[in-house]
Design a protein. Structure first.
Length: 66
């Protein structure tokens, strides 16, 4: 599933996915504009993990265009 949303919602979702309290931990997850993140499981549904977080390798900067 793909989800496009505000950074705050994605941080809360990530905290909930790995069973952390969002009101305490969600602001600890840094997110850049247009970044990619993925949550999933390790081995089975009882082990939620963050597989990818704040990946911006696909975003070109002005320096890349010259």
């Amino acid at each position: 599933m793909l989800l496009f949303s505000s950074g705050h919602f994605i941080r809360v979702l990530a905290a909930r996915c790995i069973e952390l309290e969002p009101s305490v931990h969600s602001m600890s997850f840094l997110l850049s504009t247009a970044s990619l993140s993925a949550v999933g499981y390790e081995h089975d549904l009882s082990r939620p993990v963050i597989r990818l977080w704040n990946d911006t390798h696909h975003v070109r900067t002005p320096q890349d265009r010259t």
